[in-house]
Design a protein around this ligand. Structure first.
Ligand code: GLU
Length: 256
């Protein structure tokens, strides 16, 4: 089974931008174990900008583009340093891949990217992908890692994309505001009613939210890839998903 797991900023950092050691350790341990079981794993990780904010001891994420890009440049090192350290503890070798929207829309660059991922998987390395934020701009970039995760999953012909969120999945209403909100376990069609549930914003330091996750689901469903949204603070659900069980909200990819 080939699985892409997208880790969001709020899964691994505190609102201060400092590393959430407990979450990061739990995630790296479970992902290592899943890789040990024979699963082919690719990680798409956010968190560079937030970790740059933390490392530079800024009080908030800068509003201007060069400021955000400077944070990403600082934070990407910290992010990969942390992954390298934690995955090495479990005997895994990480590989950093930074890409832009342009790389994904250019056929030859896209195939270079896919070939490199393929070779890394043959070498049993763990590709960790992020957008190359220092050269991406809002106009030309992918812009958020939920979409990037879906494009990567389609490019490497994954069986499953898992988006880690800060809630358990897609709800009938915002569960933080509405006590009657119910988790939707399976979505087969992205109807207008389902798409309307993507209203809320994500965290202050990240970029994604439910709207970008539903956009990612659209790409996956069309590409025949199953997608799940689960809570990143309950990463044990990754075991269920890689064992073919369901967890969180499952979006069923359309088989050709
Ligand atoms: N590439 C951004 C970062 O590492 C994250 C984008 C997102 O939050 O979706 O900070």
């Amino acid at each position: 089974m080939r699985v892409v797991v997208k880790i969001g900023t709020s899964n691994i950092t505190y609102p201060t931008g400092r590393l959430n050691i407990r979450h990061m350790e739990a995630l790296c341990k479970i992902l290592s174990d899943i890789k040990n079981s024979g699963c082919e794993l690719i990680v798409v990780s956010s968190g560079a900008t937030a970790m740059g904010v933390g490392k530079l001891k800024l009080s908030e994420k800068p509003k201007d583009m060069p400021g955000k890009q400077a944070c990403a440049a600082v934070g990407q090192c910290e992010l990969m340093y942390t992954y390298d350290k934690m995955f090495t503890e479990h005997g895994h070798t990480v590989a950093q891949i930074l890409i832009t929207g342009d790389d994904l829309s250019d056929a030859s660059r896209y195939s270079n990217f896919a070939n490199t991922v393929e070779r890394l998987l043959e070498l049993k390395a763990l590709p960790i992908i992020n957008e190359n934020d220092t050269v991406s701009t809002v106009e030309y970039g992918v812009g958020d890692n939920d979409t990037l995760g879906a494009l990567v999953a389609a490019g490497v012909k994954a069986d499953l994309l898992v988006l880690l969120s800060d809630i358990d999945g897609l709800y009938t209403a915002d569960p933080r505001k509405d006590p009657d909100a119910k988790l939707i376990p399976v979505v087969e069609e992205l109807t207008d009613d389902i798409m309307a549930l993507g209203g809320g914003k994500g965290s202050a330091l990240g970029t994604g939210g439910m709207a970008t996750k539903l956009g990612a689901a659209r790409i996956c469903i069309k590409s025949g890839i199953n997608m799940a949204i689960i809570n990143g603070s309950k990463p044990e659900a990754l075991y269920d998903l890689t064992e073919g069980k369901t967890a969180g909200t499952m979006f069923v990819g359309k088989k050709a």
